[in-house]
Design a protein around this ligand. Sequence first.
Ligand code: ATP
Ligand code: MG
Length: 316
Amino acid sequence: MAKSGAKSGAKSGKLARPYRVTDGRRFRLSSIDPGDTRGFDSKRRARERLERDIEILGELQEKLYAQNQWALLLIFQAMDAAGKDSTIKHVMSGVNPQGCQVYSFKAPSPEELDHDFLWRSTYRLPERGRIGIFNRSYYEEVLVVRVHPELLARQRLPAELMTRDIWRERFEDINAFERYLARNGVVVRKFFLHVSREEQRKRFLERLDEPEKNWKFSLDDVRERRHWDEYMAAYEDAIRHTSSPHAPWYVVPADHKWFTRLVVVSAILDALSSLNLAFPSVEPDRMKELEAARVALANEAAPAAAQPAARRRGSA
Ligand code: ATP
Ligand code: MG
């Protein structure tokens, strides 16, 4: 089973390809339908496939960890209630928690605002062998900050640097940063969970109607919803300017959570199965040491196993 990981991972990865953007110049958000469930008419079949893919992901992650060379950075961006949290929870359910780090980026603290905008992300990057998840990310700097210019004012940039080119410059800086990561063995995959405005409305209503979901409801989220079109324009522009073969965006239909999860796992399998992951092989000298250790342990086990019987005889 373990040997088949890369092969079946590559096969599963195909499901995500129609949603992958590697060159954004002609990208239009309207080309992706949030309600799409391509080829999956039954939830049951999707659930079976998700279970299998999550198992393959677990196998590939073990190799990633053991090989300790590559790191995988997964970035999740979305409007509220698009399902970031539950996607992360489901997709990573088969992964050893020791090999995984999740960080949720909130509005920057005063200390973070005292630095350049990428500063707070750099020391949360995953180590080699790990999967790092950014629940929101430095992309907020060209999304929420673009929609609310007062947030940019709080960053206290020198006036001569706050020109109308600032968003283009930020895209350039993000592209340079992601190229740098790619060249250092950090594989970057970015997900925009594309939910429709109507589905968001329904999910907010559910949060109000169901007592166990009340805690999730936030008036701020409803306020942000009023800026829907501005957000969509900002997302489209960000995807157009920051998609690349080494750090592609996946624009994932998000009106059906089960389909979102399937596409996200597929994209991760596609990334991991392209890395030639393998358990480190053991040198001949080291093999001899292992064999000697095995013999020593086997010989030690025999008297220890006999002990309880001897004790019983002694006490009789
Ligand atoms: P959930 O609501 O599911 O718990 P969330 O990611 O929406 O998850 P919140 O605490 O509600 O978490 O929101 C975090 C807020 O922080 C978002 O409104 C986001 O836009 C904001 N934020 C994140 N990064 C930045 C940034 N660089 N500048 C300004 N605001 C930011
Ligand atoms: Mg929120």
